[in-house]
Design a binder for this molecule. Structure first.
Ligand code: AMP
Length: 287
């Protein structure tokens, strides 16, 4: 496993890849778990070269304090990456990605950028688009591996790839869940035992929405009500939104359509959790 920590070495290495076959890239903010592991395993299995990045992106946090509080454990991350036989790990320093003179940002617009996560944190949208653009230029991957868990991030990157004609293929893998249904997340470990016990209710609410749709419910307001009622059963969960929308544009639906994303966010103490399920053409559920 080769560790690269400077943009210059990354660029040099990426140039050498031109002859080496398909390059699969897994961007992460570290504190790796089984969700990341599934992306890394797929990159390793499907590409000649696999590369993961560990970079906590300060641009996508609402405050410097939040950025500092993000969990980090480099030793554990390197151990997991070496177990999965990743070829290259890119661990840039913040000041190398964003030097003092840095002044060019990628700023998505429209409902995708302004609704849900974008309404709560415009920094998240612009920060994600900007760092991905930089990482794609530095690493020059053929395939980028992303998890379904971050549905809005996927849509933002998909739009970015289209709009800026970036020559990469996006490979989206299912959300990896713990046995009780809670999606793996780097911040889960910050939950108290009582909060942790209530956290799977997010997934239960999504499943209740799915069950109602399968029983023929088509009314968006009623579906949202069903899911809100589920969340309300757990007093520690503070629901921020539950949205039924187009998975590409994030425009809210008036009625159910063939491709539908059901996504929600809730605060649990100081931890913010997001989750979603996706219904695609042919009544195929991605949960
Ligand atoms: P992060 O380190 O949180 O920025 O996530 C890096 C990548 O891992 C993103 O593409 C996420 O969507 C993906 N990811 C995070 N949690 C999960 C999960 N539970 N299942 C699948 N992918 C995940």
């Amino acid at each position: 496993m080769h560790i690269i920590s400077t943009p210059d070495e990354m660029t040099e290495t990426a140039r050498g890849w031109l002859t080496g076959g398909t390059v699969g890239f897994v961007p992460t903010m570290g504190y790796l778990h089984d969700g990341h592991r599934s992306l890394i395993q797929a990159a390793h299995a499907e590409c000649e070269v696999s590369i993961a990045s560990l970079f906590v992106n300060p641009l996508q946090f609402r405050s410097h304090e939040e950025f500092l509080q993000y969990p980090r454990d480099l030793e554990h991350d390197l151990q997991l990456l070496s177990e999965e036989e990743v070829d290259v790990v890119f661990i840039p320093k913040t000041e190398d990605i964003y030097p003092e003179t840095f002044s060019t940002y990628v700023t998505p617009r429209g409902p995708l950028a302004e609704r849900l996560e974008g309404a709560i944190s415009p920094e998240y949208v612009c920060g994600t688009a900007t760092v991905m653009t930089k990482l794609f230029h530095l690493i020059r991957p053929d395939v980028v591996y992303l998890g379904q868990k971050d549905a809005q991030q996927i849509a933002i990157i998909r739009q970015l790839v289209r709009d800026l004609t970036v020559d990469i293929h996006l490979r989206i893998l299912p959300t990896v869940r713990m046995p009780d249904g809670l999606a793996w997340g780097s911040r889960n470990q910050q939950l108290t035992p009582e909060q942790r016990q209530q956290a799977p209710q997010l997934y239960q609410a999504l499943l209740a929405g799915k069950a109602a749709i399968e029983q023929g419910e088509r009314n968006i307001k009623r579906l949202q009500e069903i899911m809100r009622a589920h969340i309300a059963k757990k007093p520690l969960l503070r629901l921020e939104y539950v949205s039924i929308c187009d998975p590409d544009t994030f425009v809210e639906y008036d009625e159910m359509a063939e491709n539908t994303l059901i996504t929600l966010a809730a605060q649990l103490g100081s931890v913010r959790l997001i989750d979603n399920i996706l219904l695609l053409k042919g009544s195929q559920w991605h949960i």
